[in-house]
Design a protein around this ligand. Structure first.
Ligand code: HEC
Ligand code: HEC
Ligand code: HEC
Ligand code: HEC
Ligand code: HEC
Ligand code: HEC
Ligand code: HEC
Ligand code: HEC
Length: 272
């Protein structure tokens, strides 16, 4: 079993040599044998490959890869799901009064089905299927419970202290909610800033010491905005004006030429 042609690669030369030795009549007599673990290892590898092929054929779903790296039939089975949401426009066709009320109020951006649940079945058969009506506080605290990550100005309450025990809708109309009285406290909508200031060196200062907040801002906060300090002179009035009990800095050198609040957060100033 000698090879007559040159092997293209030394690997094949070694394989041929080993095969020749294994089948040689001289086997075991002087010529080194194929190491005995090699056939066993080969058998194990073969089994592994067969197991892999079997597993692949069993586990990979039909139609996988037909249109891309996904199960083609999944698109059809998803498309076959019954529609659950009707969409915000549908409700107004029969509930024009509620839709108009909502569109005029603070919840104009909250879709009906956020609170009433998926209602496509109700639209198809209004008298047979009724949407959910939750009158629990939990429905409202989902969005209005205090959470520091919400944007400043978003109305938030502490559910434990804000009129506990009563449903929210006892005092607020869910379709066009307004606080029954205009909030007097800036912290009602700027909770995070109020909480920080309360534990800072500026705890003694009112919000309105630094912000000129028109009355109208409390009722219509996005349209009418308070002022904000614009220059160093504002902070210097207390901190470089010799006001007793206020830590003083030299206005000509301290932090020049930057604005004070580029280094000190005004709602929680720290000096080190
Ligand atoms: C084709 C007309 C129609 C459409 C569209 C429609 N509704 Fe209604 N809905 C009704 C009628 C009629 C009732 C009153 C049933 C009754 O009083 O027995 C009703 C009642 C309700 C109720 C009160 C259920 C109760 O238990 O009292 C809610 C909430 C409601 N609809 C929400 C919605 C929402 C949300 C949508 C939009 C996804 C919607 N509806 C779309 C006709 C409609
Ligand atoms: C913020 C949550 C919320 C949103 C958004 C909302 N609803 Fe409601 N809805 C409620 C609650 C809570 C009640 C129960 C009120 C009660 O019992 O006094 C209710 C009651 C109803 C009722 C029963 C009759 C009534 O007028 O009290 C209908 C009908 C209704 N909603 C339709 C709608 C439609 C249509 C929309 C969208 C235009 C919508 N709702 C948006 C929370 C909501
Ligand atoms: C899906 C979120 C969501 C849910 C649920 C929700 N709201 Fe609102 N709410 C809002 C948004 C958004 C605004 C408008 C905020 C703005 O204009 O900055 C708002 C505004 C309000 C305001 C006006 C506050 C002010 O100072 O102007 C009140 C009061 C209110 N909601 C009460 C409720 C009540 C009561 C419920 C439960 C029936 C409820 N909300 C459920 C999102 C929600
Ligand atoms: C007993 C009546 C009552 C109940 C119940 C009630 N509120 Fe209020 N809510 C008020 C009043 C009064 C104000 C305005 C004064 C204030 O800030 O406390 C207000 C203000 C708000 C504001 C505006 C931000 C603020 O603090 O001024 C939101 C948002 C609000 N409430 C949501 C809710 C939610 C959510 C619930 C239920 C978990 C709820 N309310 C339950 C009476 C009530
Ligand atoms: C009813 C809720 C509400 C109340 C109460 C409220 N604010 Fe605001 N405030 C807002 C909203 C909403 C914004 C706009 C936030 C945004 O667009 O980023 C805002 C913005 C501001 C800004 C920034 C203005 C700007 O141009 O960047 C200041 C300063 C401010 N409020 C101060 C106050 C002060 C001081 C009080 C108390 C006298 C107060 N606010 C009470 C909701 C409120
Ligand atoms: C010592 C003065 C001072 C006090 C007191 C103060 N602020 Fe401010 N506030 C500032 C300055 C300065 C800025 C502008 C910061 C900037 O432009 O980066 C500002 C910015 C803001 C902004 C808009 C930017 C932001 O951080 O969201 C809001 C909202 C605000 N203040 C609300 C309040 C409220 C509410 C209070 C009371 C709880 C308060 N401030 C108390 C000085 C103050
Ligand atoms: C109405 C007077 C007044 C105004 C205006 C004022 N502050 Fe203050 N500030 C104080 C007082 C009072 C203290 C010290 C309180 C204490 O003893 O803890 C203070 C403390 C500080 C501190 C020192 C904190 C520390 O760790 O010792 C810094 C920093 C500071 N303010 C920065 C500012 C900045 C920035 C502004 C402008 C946005 C400003 N302040 C506007 C009254 C004021
Ligand atoms: C470039 C950054 C920067 C700027 C801008 C800046 N500060 Fe400071 N400030 C600091 C640092 C850092 C400290 C603490 C070390 C020190 O005392 O110099 C400090 C300390 C302070 C203190 C505490 C002093 C004491 O004796 O306890 C006050 C008050 C203060 N600054 C107010 C201001 C005011 C008011 C302005 C604007 C006129 C301002 N800072 C601008 C960085 C700055």
């Amino acid at each position: 079993m000698e090879s007559t042609t040159e092997d293209p690669h030394p690997f094949w030369a070694i394989i041929r040599k080993l095969l020749a030795e294994a089948s040689s009549p001289q086997r075991g007599k002087g010529i080194p044998r194929m190491p005995q673990q090699v056939p066993r290892l080969a058998a194990v590898f073969l089994l592994a490959v067969i197991a892999l092929l079997v597993a692949r054929s069993v586990l990979i779903p039909e139609t996988f890869g037909e249109r891309g790296h996904y199960r083609a039939a999944a698109a059809d089975s998803i498309a076959a799901h019954a529609m659950k949401y009707a969409g915000a426009q549908e409700c107004g066709m029969c509930h024009a009064d509620v839709a108009a009320l909502r569109a005029s109020g603070n919840h104009r951006s909250v879709s009906c089905e956020v609170c009433h649940g998926p209602a496509a079945a109700h639209v198809a058969a209004p008298l047979d299927v009724k949407p959910i009506i939750s009158r629990e506080r939990g429905l409202c605290t989902l969005c209005h419970a205090y959470n520091a990550s919400r944007p400043t100005g978003f109305p938030q309450v502490d559910s434990l202290t804000h009129n506990p025990g009563l449903p929210c809708i006892a005092c607020h109309v869910p379709h066009a909610p307004v606080p029954p009285i205009t909030p007097r406290d800036c912290g009602a909508c700027h909770g995070q800033i109020a909480r920080q200031k309360a534990v800072s060196h500026h705890v003694g200062l009112d919000c309105t010491t630094c912000h000129n907040a028109p009355e109208e801002h409390l009722a219509n906060p996005r349209a009418v905005r308070p002022t904000k300090p614009t220059d160093r002179a504002f902070c210097e009035a207390c901190h470089a004006g010799g006001v007793p009990g206020v830590p003083q800095v030299d206005r000509r050198t301290h932090g020049q030429p930057y604005l004070c609040w580029q280094c000190h957060y005004p709602h929680m100033p720290e000096a080190r």
